[in-house]
Design a protein around this ligand. Structure first.
Ligand SMILES: Nc1ncnc2c1ncn2[C@@H]1O[C@H](COP(=O)(O)OP(=O)(O)OP(=O)(O)O)[C@@H](O)[C@H]1O
Length: 235
């Protein structure tokens, strides 16, 4: 459960979040969408406690996050850009993250799924972008936390890996988890999301199902419905 009330965040003169209200009380996949720079990553990082808001309330699992950092244990997070020491091998990194999270982690199944065995002894600096992303997905999904946050999870993935990712997300959703995803790939969002949370001008401009979005915008095509949100009243 995530409750956000009147969240404000400014970087210098740039007021990014201008009163975000968002309640996520049911399980499912929630796509956080919005144009470049609309504050999607900032909102995610605020939920994770990595960005401190200037104003507003933020509760995870009913507990204000500034009073209890332990809540982060409940969240598995895939960052948009993961910066790990380049001279670590994949295996060392996996062990390091298990140690840091103080949790055994189910990495074997995911390593096999993404066919990462040949890369385990390779240094991160020697991996391709897509292989790095597969490793990052293992690091994120090997724990079994009730909330999963994926920032641009499809980035660099080949079609087979993308199919695996979609199946994994569906599996995690079936376990009753809350899954927040940002993505600029609308076909991926349309296939995966139960609800759209659309950020515009520092606020939640639309929250609801894809069907509701299509009805509101009078567009039968999802991509056009999103484009309509961007242009309608805002051209
Ligand atoms: N640490 C920071 N310091 C200064 N400005 C920042 C910082 N983090 C984000 N910003 C600014 O906040 C705004 C929102 O950035 P954010 O990364 O949250 O957007 P986004 O919606 O995730 O964008 P994208 O779709 O391009 O990934 C941008 O103008 C960005 O430059």
């Amino acid at each position: 459960m995530i409750n956000i009330e009147q969240l404000h965040k400014r970087f210098g003169k740039n007021q990014v979040l201008k009163g975000v209200d968002l309640e996520i009380t049911k399980k499912g996949v929630f796509a956080i969408l919005g144009p470049n720079g609309s504050g999607k990553t900032t909102l995610i990082k605020t939920i994770l406690g990595m960005v401190i808001p200037d104003k507003g309330k933020l509760l995870v699992g009913g507990i204000p996050i500034n009073k209890n950092w332990k809540y982060r244990d409940q969240i598995d997070y895939l960052p948009q850009i993961a910066n790990f020491p380049a001279n670590l091998t994949v295996q060392e990194l996996i062990e390091m993250i298990k140690d840091l999270r103080n949790h055994p982690g189910e990495d074997k199944k995911l390593i096999a799924l993404f066919k990462l065995e040949p890369f385990l002894s390779k240094k991160l600096s020697n991996l391709s972008g897509g292989t790095k992303q597969k490793v990052n997905l293992v690091l994120t999904l090997m724990f079994d936390s009730p909330i999963i946050i994926l920032d641009e999870p499809t980035s660099g993935l080949d079609p087979i890996a993308l199919l695996h990712l979609k199946a994994l997300i569906k599996e995690e959703k079936a376990k009753g988890k809350i899954i927040l995803i940002t993505s600029h790939i609308m076909s991926f969002v349309e296939e995966m999301a139960d609800e759209i949370v659309f950020l515009l001008e520092g606020k939640v401009y639309f929250k609801g199902s894809i069907e509701a979005l299509k009805t509101q915008t009078q567009e039968s095509n999802f991509e056009h419905a999103i484009a309509n949100l961007l242009t309608f009243d805002h051209a």
